[in-house]
Design a protein around this ligand. Structure first.
Ligand SMILES: [Zn+2]
Length: 61
């Protein structure tokens, strides 16, 4: 799990959009980019493993 989170952060810093993910199941939060958002939608929360929806993401300004 920790490895996955590190990968998420290393991908940031590019010019892609960022989203704040707040899990509706475990309330954990992490900022991700658009690519990682897609991964999370496909694989579930990195913290608790449950399904996530697009409503769990808020685009950062
Ligand atoms: Zn979760």
């Amino acid at each position: 799990m920790r490895f996955v989170i590190i990968v998420l952060f290393e991908r940031m810093g590019a010019n892609s959009s960022r989203y704040e993910f707040a899990c509706s199941h475990c309330s954990e939060r992490v900022v991700v980019d658009a690519l990682v958002q897609k991964q999370l939608l496909g694989t579930g929360c990195v913290f608790c493993g449950r399904n996530v929806s697009e409503r769990d993401f808020v685009r950062e300004r």
